[in-house]
Design a binder for this molecule. Structure first.
Ligand code: X2X
Length: 332
């Protein structure tokens, strides 16, 4: 019998190709997300990836890297563009650092309800964004995933009126639209990647942040924030992006499978997020948050007076703005 050492030595001497498991995937791709694995975004991307592996007979495996494991959004977007990463979900207004018109879903108080959100994003507004994404050499799948309506949290005071935002030190995502929105309210916004948000709140680099309830819950932001104010100031969604060369390297049947599974899972994920965002208020109250409602009218008026709508109409362009207004009505 050969010694353990010599078996090991000869195994190490084999070329890597022979030591791979017999049924290794033809394509091993990676997906990254800035959210914890318990968030419905990752739950449903995970389901889609399992279905893709199964239905491709193991030819395509997509490994999941949730929770900023590969870095913050800015860094991961660079990895996606270079081909170090194949799939990434990124919020529209953050993607806008590369594709300016992608900020459009973040226009303050633009969507009255989810019917308007999906009519715009699955319709003319989404089509304009996806075409621009393609021009910047990335690929965006048809169905945008739900992040949700965003609510403001604070460790210092509740936000009841626009005045409560004056001078408020709030973290916003790294995005000109977000910074502009909170400057228009007279707040003091700081752009920070989500990867650093919990610690920025914990160490009081900022006093507040804004996110949908499903994130406040799954990222445990209630541990470092006291007040939760229902402002619904913005709807946000995640584009499922692919590195286009990596996507086109897949045979056509696998491309079709990936598109069908991601687009289908997005529709399921939307239902799960809407349910969570509707029911989590009680949970967060139980975890110690003090909750208040707000009247959107004075917030919207503050934005209008500050010139926010005029500025973003110019920045986003008449085609995109017109497509949005076609769905939601006149904005200012
Ligand atoms: O960074 C955020 O706040 C988050 C997680 O909501 C986005 O990706 C926009």
């Amino acid at each position: 019998m050969p010694s353990r050492r010599s078996v090991l030595a000869s195994a190490l001497a084999l070329p890597a190709i022979l030591t791979r498991p017999a049924r290794a995937a033809e394509f091993s791709y990676k997906y990254a997300s800035n959210l914890p694995s318990a968030h419905p975004l990752n739950v449903y991307v995970g389901k889609a990836c399992a279905a893709i592996r199964e239905k491709s007979g193991g030819r395509l495996e997509i490994a999941l890297y949730p929770n900023n494991q590969l870095g913050g959004d800015t860094e991961v977007l660079a990895q996606l563009r270079s081909g170090a990463l194949e799939f990434f979900t990124l919020s529209g207004p953050i993607l806008a650092t590369l594709v300016p018109v992608a900020a459009i879903n973040g226009v303050g108080y633009a969507f009255k309800d989810y019917a308007q959100v999906w009519a715009a994003m699955d319709g003319p507004v989404g089509a304009i964004v996806r075409a621009e994404v393609a021009r910047r050499n990335l690929y965006a799948f048809e169905r945008i995933w739900d992040n949700g309506y965003r609510q403001i949290t604070s460790s210092t005071h509740p936000i009841k009126t626009p005045d409560d935002l004056h001078g408020f030190k709030i973290r916003v995502p790294v995005s000109p639209l977000w910074t502009s929105l909170f400057k228009a309210f007279g707040a003091a916004p700081t752009g920070i990647n989500f990867a650093e948000v919990y610690s920025a709140l914990e160490t009081h680099i900022v006093d507040g942040q804004e996110n949908p309830l499903a994130i406040i819950e799954t990222a445990k932001l209630y541990e470092v924030q006291k007040y939760l104010s229902f402002t619904n100031h913005m709807w946000d969604g995640y584009w499922m992006l692919a590195n286009p060369e990596a996507y086109r390297r897949l045979p056509e049947d696998l491309q079709a499978l990936v598109a069908a599974e991601f687009n289908g899972a997005a529709l399921e994920q939307r239902k799960a997020v809407a349910e969570m965002n509707a029911s989590l208020g009680k949970t967060l109250a139980g975890q110690g948050m003090e909750i208040n409602e707000t009247d959107p009218a004075p917030f919207r008026e503050a934005l209008r007076k500050a010139g926010f709508y005029a500025e973003w109409r110019k920045k986003l362009g008449e085609a995109a703005w017109g497509a949005l207004e076609q769905v939601v009505g006149p904005l200012a």
